[in-house]
Design a protein around this ligand. Sequence first.
Ligand code: FMN
Length: 184
Amino acid sequence: MTTNNPIIDIMQTRHSVRQYDGQPIDRTELNRLLTTAFLAPTALNQQPIRALVIDSPEVRQQLTAATGNTSQLTTSAAVVLFVNDLENRDEAKPFQPAQRPAPTSHQAIGALDVGLVAMQFMLLAKDAGYDTNPMTGFDAAMFNQILNLDPRRYQPLLLVSVGQAAKAGKLAEHKPLSQLVDYR
Ligand SMILES: Cc1cc2nc3c(=O)[nH]c(=O)nc-3n(C[C@H](O)[C@H](O)[C@H](O)COP(=O)(O)O)c2cc1C
């Protein structure tokens, strides 16, 4: 069902895809999508989220040891690991340790910020003809180790596969609005 409204059409046709055709996506194209995705709002405009694009088939194969989501890793064009930068440095300014938010609030806010960036990325990817699958089903500590990320600084939050679908996604079951929305 199309509505002639591009935003609504993209939202209605984005479904998680777990099998891709293995074709690569140009890094320029991925950067184009990520540039716009990172326009997402963040708390206090701190922009704590970083994206690690893993398009190397060898590295993705290594990562399969740390997740059950293997088809997404091995058949996609790339997976994007969105991490929370716990130091949350503004590279333009010298880092002041006193400005660092309490770790728990930093982690909770990062988890909110990542959802907005990742959602924009998935919708932009759909608009460009690609499909995606967001994933939290991976071992973050093992990912840090394999990817050589300092666990004191980087907290892996969300992995998103991207590529051309080999097996189309389908509309998931959704609860009725009456169960989801209330008014006061
Ligand atoms: C935070 C989050 C974590 C998810 N983790 C996984 C995952 O580890 N593996 C997977 O196959 N799908 C994962 N999904 C995808 C959901 O299963 C999927 O979004 C949901 O079933 C609705 O389907 P749709 O994306 O096609 O609308 C995750 C989705 C979200 C939002």
